[in-house]
Ligand binder design. Structure first.
Ligand code: UD1
Ligand code: UDP
Length: 366
């Protein structure tokens, strides 16, 4: 049997830690697979892209579409226009798209129209909130994909409820946790360096914050609520916030003076971020991936959003939703800091999702 040609897509920061373990698992079965990697260039800063290639051991992309930033329509359209020639060149049997970013839907749509099979990695997640651009990307990508690789059983249920053919749904586990399991020991060795890089003392307890959802950061009246909460908390406990470029821009446009112990930093590499995440007294975030990683690590997490597409992070005991207002965040942070977290890990979040997917694909006729 000839080798299956698999084309993987990455575009934005949360894609790299999902595709790296899958490519590694498939590379371990080189008799079964020939692999290609396309980077759409949705994220392009050294700290949002290159550092992850180095730390996660991703191969150099075969093509970089260099789409850069733009409105949703511009970015999605540019990815589509530039992805089509890559598909014509590589003629893969499968295109694998991770997550829920604009690159995900754009590449899935081009492939589906060219009758190339699409696998959605991290399928079935739903926030049921169509004001989130990611929700639109998730729903559409799932419904044009031929294989739906889900991280948890709630994903399977959502897809079935929407009428997706059950034979397309495969509960494989959380691929992001594969990267975490492999690199956590390495990250731990860097704890001292990571602390120094952000200005934290050697053993100082701290809160780790990340914010980048448009609903939290694009309007100054919303962003100031969150920043004021962080300033308030920083009077009691140092707060480290590696600032996403979207948020950096918005902070730059407003008048805000961080408290002495609100440590605003550049986006961190995967290892440094993981080192701090695994040692944080509490995490405050609106990131999808960070909700999942804290669940695996058993670290208390507050998610400043009205909903989550990852409800399992709540039922396992680590995560709690909080309104994005200053008072609500400060109150919830004080309450969480005073309590021990009782948590469990969801089934199949075990570091072996990449292997399971490689096994699955190897067994298929084409
Ligand atoms: C994107 C994803 C979001 C994901 C997030 C992860 C969509 C719709 N959104 O949001 O789901 O959670 O990535 O981080 O796909 N910028 C830079 N350098 C970069 C990249 C971006 O400066 O390397 C700035 C640009 O000014 C850009 C802005 O950040 O306009 C937003 O970037 P964009 O990729 O459009 O959306 P994100 O907010 O990063
Ligand atoms: N992350 C990182 N450096 C940072 C912030 C986050 O390496 O400064 C990692 C984090 O550990 C997780 C991923 O980025 O693996 C989550 O990506 P992001 O929050 O950008 O996107 P989302 O998951 O919300 O789509």
């Amino acid at each position: 049997m000839s080798r299956k040609k698999i084309l993987h897509v990455v575009g934005a920061r949360p894609n790299f830690m999902k595709i790296a373990p899958l490519m590694a698992a498939m590379a371990g079965r080189s008799g079964d697979f020939e692999q290609f990697l396309v980077h759409t260039g949705q994220h392009y800063d050294e700290a949002m892209s290159d550092v992850f290639f180095r730390e996660l051991g991703l191969p150099r992309p075969d093509v970089n579409l260099d789409v850069g930033s733009g409105s949703h329509a511009q970015q999605t359209a540019q990815v589509m226009l530039r992805f089509e020639p890559a598909l014509l060149e590589f003629r893969p049997d499968w295109v694998i798209v991770p997550g829920d970013v604009n690159s995900t839907i754009a590449c899935a749509l081009v492939a589906a129209k060219m009758e190339i099979r699409v696998a959605h990695l991290e399928a079935g997640l739903r926030s049921f909130d169509r004001t989130m651009p990611e929700e639109i990307n998730r729903v559409l990508t799932d419904h044009i994909s031929d294989a739906l690789l889900t991280p948890s059983a709630d994903g399977d249920e959502n897809l079935r409820r929407e009428g997706v053919d059950g034979s397309k749904i495969h509960l494989v586990g959380n691929i992001m946790i594969d990267s975490l399991v492999r690199l956590l020991p390495h990250a731990m060795e860097r704890e001292g360096e990571a602390r120094r890089a952000v200005g934290l003392g050697e053993r100082e307890p701290f809160l780790l914050a990340t914010m980048h959802r448009p609903s939290n950061v694009d309007r100054p009246e919303n962003l100031i609520e969150i920043l004021s909460a962080l300033n308030e908390i920083a009077r009691e406990l140092p707060v480290v916030m590696p600032v996403h470029p979207r948020t950096r821009q918005r902070i730059g446009e407003m008048k805000f003076t961080p408290a002495e112990k609100l440590l605003l930093a550049a986006p961190l590499g995967y290892l440094d971020f993981l080192a701090l995440e695994s040692k944080a007294a509490l995490v405050l975030t609106d990131s999808g991936g960070v909700q999942e990683e804290t669940t695996f690590l058993g670290i208390a997490c507050l998610t400043a959003r009205p909903n989550t597409e990852r409800p399992v992070t709540i039922s396992m005991g680590t995560n709690e939703l909080v309104a994005s207002g200053c008072g609500a965040i400060v109150e919830a942070a004080r309450r969480k800091l005073g309590r021990r977290v009782e948590s469990r890990r969801p089934p199949l979040w075990d570091g072996r999702t990449g292997e399971r997917i490689a096994e699955l694909f190897a067994g298929w006729a084409r």
